[in-house]
Design a protein around this ligand. Sequence first.
Ligand SMILES: [Zn+2]
Length: 280
Amino acid sequence: MAQIKITPKNIVDSAMNRPWEVACEPFRVAPHIYYVGNVWVGAFLLDCGKDGLSIIDCSVASTFYLLTESIRKLGFDPANIRNIFLSHGHGDHDGAVPYLMNLSGATVWLSREEDEQFRHNDAIDEKDKFPTMGYEPDKYYQWGEEIKLGKLTIRPVLTPGHTPGTTTFFIDDIDESGRKLTWAMHGGVGVNTMTHEYFQKTGLPESLIKTFVEDCDRLKAYHVDICTPSHPSHSDMLQRVNEEDRHDYTPFIDENKWEAFLEERKGFAMETMSKGFDWK
Ligand SMILES: [Zn+2]
């Protein structure tokens, strides 16, 4: 069936009140990684074989039915999700966590930094914006330690900026012929939370934006074959989908994309820095 293309005027309003407007047919982005998010916020299903399923982010509560529908369309059962890996604690990425936990009993992973420096900050109360039930993470990422699940080797890396505990994921995947392909998703590149006003309101350190910029350069050192964004609007991912065969992940293989993506996002942060801060 052909994908219905809707570009909502206000995508957040659509997702919260008319979630069907942000529906997105699922597609494959790497040998064992699938896009199951909507057209606003990303979610990536990891097929870990004998280790069941895992997911990176899960969007808001109102779009939860779209998420489970996408997973089922791919032939998987969302009840088999064993791990929920979160990029950060913003409600647009973790709002559906309690529902997914209830359905699957999955283990929820977050960074300790996010849990301690961000989740309990009253100035960042998003309950009105993204209504949901609460949850507590079960596990913290151990920096430098890999998580091996099925054919996937997951490397979470701390990349503060968008939030204090934003986590970026690098995953080594193996294709049918035994070739290794490295997939990456930066956990948060939005500069909306890196402004002078935001830091003042939340009490978060202004150094976060500096760290973000420095990390963009540091992260370029990682070799990445496939990079997809945490929000579709941050790159041309949806335009690259092979509409004839949504299981064809080869349009996403582009080893120059990661560096170009980081360079672009670093540019936006530098622009923000040049406006709102005394220091450069
Ligand atoms: Zn965010």
